[in-house]
Design a binder for this molecule. Structure first.
Ligand SMILES: *Cc1c(COP(=O)(O)O)cnc(C)c1O
Length: 480
């Protein structure tokens, strides 16, 4: 103990300033912006870090006031940074669930800004001057666009499926083909959802083939519905058989039970109009006799996260009466954005130009490769004489979010590659540093190449990409 005290005169710890002293020194510059509690916390953190550095380096390095102020400023700015920040999605997956799925069109952004910053009509009937129903904001539009009698919106499509099952089939049976007992990323499994909703799942048929008689034979007095789930994230090919919508609808009608379809990605126009692979639409399912159809708002529809249930007035009324509806309801921000997106569908011809997601999906390889060529020729000089090369390559993008799983879109990418073992390591570091940039750039690594698919890069983001790659390059090759 005694010797410790003796050593203290040479110990740099002894010279650490007090928390109060550092607050006094920095208050004028930082307190009004960040507040005293935050400044105090940061001063404590900085002192702790300095103490640790000194201990671990066992150094006698001394910190002057300016050093402390610099550290304090750095930490304050760092802590003020938001976790939700913009990134460049160059993954080649347009609807990337981990990157927020659909980027909203300007019309939707304007609508949600307005709904966020003003008091707005949400559940208020202007004509009557009293309480209304928030679904009314979009029900008419949804019915118009899908041909449904009624519609309701909840937090996402998983919630839509759950609510529907719970409201219409609790303590009863729901029949589904074995080929459709799907799992969708992030723990959405049809059998689990059924169990949680209190529904008895009745599986029929086999993985590859299910016939009409399989459904008919499974119907009992306890059957509430037949459900069809669009197998959106995989395809069963080869010796397969499934039962068409109109046949299932007929079976359901004959037995006075419901026929419901979970479409997953619900697009409100025929995507083949825009040269994209054809996906079933809610209108087609309803026309074939489905009583209810559920689909997502932020997949191909190109809107905010939500889930829609459209179809029979009587069934929707039952669903809306279920207490879970209140828990799963959407916010005014979602409704405002959804309404704006639905409006765009009234003019399908202008959709690719207006709806961001469709614009991204319909970009041609020719158009994207102009961008790749520009970027590669700009950055090429940097890479000369290193173990890496930068080039332009034809690649295939994915739609994502389980939409159209086997259909890929011709695209073009900036590719950073290299053959040697050392190059391989460099490519991994390149990818990591791009992710950690001020505006993170998210690409993908495949066969020792870093692939940056430019499908989702806007023209006004090209410069950001150029500068970010340049900066990372300089960090990895400080001497070139
Ligand atoms: C994506 C998907 C869901 C889940 O939708 P979320 O909007 O992500 O909740 C459910 N069913 C199918 C068939 C899907 O493709």
């Amino acid at each position: 103990m005694k010797s410790a005290t003796n050593q203290q005169s040479e110990n740099p710890m002894a010279k650490l300033p007090s928390v109060d002293y550092l607050i006094q020194q920095s208050a004028q510059r930082f307190q009004s912006t960040y507040g005293l509690p935050e400044l105090t916390k940061v001063v404590r953190l900085v002192l702790q870090e300095v103490r640790q550095t000194l201990l671990s380096e066992a150094s006698t390095r001394s910190y002057v006031d300016e050093d402390y102020l610099r550290c304090i400023e750095q930490k304050l700015t760092q802590r003020a940074e938001k976790k939700v920040k913009a990134v460049l999605n160059l993954t080649g997956t347009v609807l990337h669930t981990n990157l927020g799925r659909a980027v909203l069109p300007k019309e939707a952004v304007d609508a949600l800004t307005l709904a966020a910053s003003e008091a707005c009509i949400l559940e208020y009937d202007l004509g009557e001057g009293k309480r209304g129903d928030r679904d009314q904001l979009i029900e008419e539009l949804l019915c118009e666009l899908t041909g449904a009698e009624a519609a309701t919106v909840v937090n996402n499509n998983a919630a839509a499926v759950f609510l529907l099952l719970h409201a219409l089939s609790e303590k009863k049976e729901t029949i589904i083909s074995r080929g459709e007992l799907i799992e969708i990323g992030g723990s959405f499994r049809i059998p689990d959802i059924m169990k949680r909703a209190g529904v008895k799942l009745v599986e029929v048929g086999t993985t590859n083939r299910t016939h009409a008689k399989d459904f008919m034979e499974a119907i009992t007095p306890k059957t509430a519905m037949i459900m069809k789930v669009h197998t959106s994230n995989y395809a069963v090919q080869g010796f397969t058989a499934h039962v068409e919508d109109d046949v299932l609808a007929q079976i359901a009608n004959d037995h006075q039970i419901a026929y419901v379809v979970d479409l997953g990605s619900g697009n409100l126009v025929d995507m083949s109009l825009f040269g994209l692979p054809k996906e079933p639409t809610p209108m087609e399912a309803l026309k074939s006799g489905a009583h209810l159809v559920t689909f997502s708002g932020d997949k191909l529809l190109g809107g905010p996260q939500c889930g829609m249930i459209v179809g029979s007035k009587e069934l929707i009324a039952k669903i809306k009466k279920n207490p879970l509806k209140r828990m799963l309801r959407v916010s005014k921000l979602t409704l405002a954005a959804l309404e704006a997106v639905l409006h765009l569908y009234r003019n399908p011809v202008r959709l690719p130009e207006k709806l961001t997601v469709l614009g991204q999906l319909t970009r041609t390889r020719e158009n994207i490769s102009l961008q790749t060529a520009r970027i590669v020729s700009h950055l090429n000089p940097y890479f000369e004489g290193t173990n890496l090369t930068i080039s332009s390559q034809d690649v295939m993008s994915q739609i994502g979010s389980g939409s159209l799983p086997i259909d890929l879109l011709p695209s073009s990418a900036v590719v950073i590659s290299g053959k040697s073992k050392s190059a391989e390591k460099m490519i991994l570091r390149f990818e990591k540093l791009l992710r950690k940039a001020a505006i993170p750039v998210i690409g993908r690594i495949k066969e020792q190449q870093l692939i940056l698919d430019l499908r989702c890069l806007r023209e006004n983001q090209e410069e950001i990409l150029n500068q970010t790659i340049q900066k990372v390059f300089q960090e990895l090759y400080p001497n070139s």
